[in-house]
Design a binder for this molecule. Structure first.
Ligand code: PRP
Ligand code: URA
Length: 215
């Protein structure tokens, strides 16, 4: 795991398995089924890193022989919030690591002409202030969707929010950091730039279309 000197809010997950799988994910020849499996696996590996600073409570358990001291994650209030559609692909992999996590949903799509987000759905648990949120979206491009999703979560009472993506563009990291400097961003790759249509270069194309085979 490495923080990037250019962006105080960004942590890059550089594990060799993540980098290997990211290369397969970018490959245009990778079919939908494998693409979906790779998003799932990378999300799980990233969550392992992104949860490394969760606080722990000391607990005791009875082994078959005697009492032992151990730890459990404080509060058990982890909440995953995928941004529809593409964020859905990251949920199951992370739930395998934290099966007790709740799952909220934020529905957003990017207007093709303005590139600004249009929101159409919002549902998270009501005790938002007590929860640790992991906002999930494979792509952080202009940052419009991420900024809007974080703002919605905050309006609902969310205070501890992390943003997990697979590919980030410098423009998106900058915009999210400016609007919400309190939100750490975890990414598997920081790419070069956006093209005129707001796609990340080199990127991996349209994540939602590749996940759900809708191109
Ligand atoms: C994609 C992606 C992000 C957004 C990123 O979703 O999954 O949500 O674009 O772009 P931004 O940083 O410029 O806002 P899209 O709007 O294509 O919707 P979809 O997931 O339903 O395909
Ligand atoms: N959304 C995507 O799915 N891909 C990009 O490159 C940018 C936004």
């Amino acid at each position: 795991m490495a923080t990037t000197p250019a962006f105080a809010n960004l942590t890059l997950v550089r594990h060799p398995l993540v980098q290997h799988k990211m290369t397969l994910l970018r490959d245009r020849r990778t079919p939908t089924k494998i693409f979906k499996e790779l998003v799932d696996e990378i999300a799980m590996l990233m969550a392992y890193e992104a949860t490394s600073e969760l606080s722990l409570d000391r607990v005791t358990v009875e082994t078959p022989l005697e009492q032992a001291t151990g730890f459990q994650v404080s509060g058990k209030k982890l909440t995953l919030v995928p941004i529809l559609r593409a964020g859905l692909g990251m949920v199951e992999g992370i739930l395998r690591l934290v099966p007790s996590a709740r799952v909220g949903h934020i529905g957003l799509y990017r207007d093709h002409d303005t590139l600004e987000p249009v929101d159409y759905y919002f549902k998270v648990p009501s005790d938002a202030a007590e929860r640790d949120f992991f906002l999930l979206d494979p792509m952080l491009a202009t940052g419009g969707s991420a900024v809007s999703a974080v703002s919605s979560l905050k309006r609902a009472g969310g205070v501890r929010i992390r943003f997990l993506c697979l590919v980030a563009a410098p423009e998106g990291v900058r915009r999210l950091g400016k609007a919400h400097p309190d939100v750490p961003v975890y990414a598997a790759a920081l790419d070069r730039e956006l093209n005129a249509q707001g796609y990340i270069l080199p990127g991996l194309g349209d994540a939602g279309d590749r996940l759900f085979g809708t191109r």
